[in-house]
Ligand binder design. Sequence first.
Ligand SMILES: [Zn+2]
Length: 96
Amino acid sequence: MEERAFYTESQTTRAATLRCPYCRTTDTYELRWLLRRKKDRPPKGADDRDRAKFAKAQSYMVLLDDKVACKNLRCRKRFEVSGMKTTAFLSDGQAK
Ligand SMILES: [Zn+2]
């Protein structure tokens, strides 16, 4: 059984402060994240091994954007998102 069967997927955006390496302007960017929220119960057809894996599974999110376009109109270069975590576990509060 695939791991993704344990989760409900959705997308969200979160603000992050990034600094353009070309013009050195710092600005706030809305980055897209894929949310994987753990389901309330194991999927149908799960065997004992799947259930054990499901018990250990945690809700998490993965950063989808790896590049952004600089907001400085005189620059507008695309630069890589760096210096931040690209995956994060969700606490129960965030996961619901
Ligand atoms: Zn720039």
